[in-house]
Design a protein around this ligand. Structure first.
Ligand SMILES: [Zn+2]
Length: 86
């Protein structure tokens, strides 16, 4: 079941609810009883780090064994990776 992040257009309250896709518009604000809500789109910002070959950091694929190493390599090349969060 997806998590929806709702924001109330009346009082700007924000909260998360589990809903099925069909139920997602049946939510209302518990603070001001406003039913005009919008769903805040959620994007997955990062992936958990895993040891392995990283192809998009440098010109040649690199084998990275630790998250720290990945961070260092990214920083050295002025790139970012979705596998690290900052
Ligand atoms: Zn509200």
């Amino acid at each position: 079941m997806p998590v929806y992040v709702y924001q109330c257009s009346g009082c700007s309250a924000r909260w998360e609810e589990f809903h099925t896709v069909a139920e997602r518009h049946e939510e209302s604000c518990s603070t001001c009883v406003n039913s005009k809500l919008f769903i805040v789109p959620q994007v997955q910002k990062f992936m958990p780090f895993h040891e392995g070959v990283y192809e998009h950091i440098a010109k040649d694929p690199m084998y990275i064994t630790s998250k720290k190493r990945l961070k260092d390599e990214c920083r050295a090349r002025d790139v970012t990776s979705k596998y690290i969060v900052d």
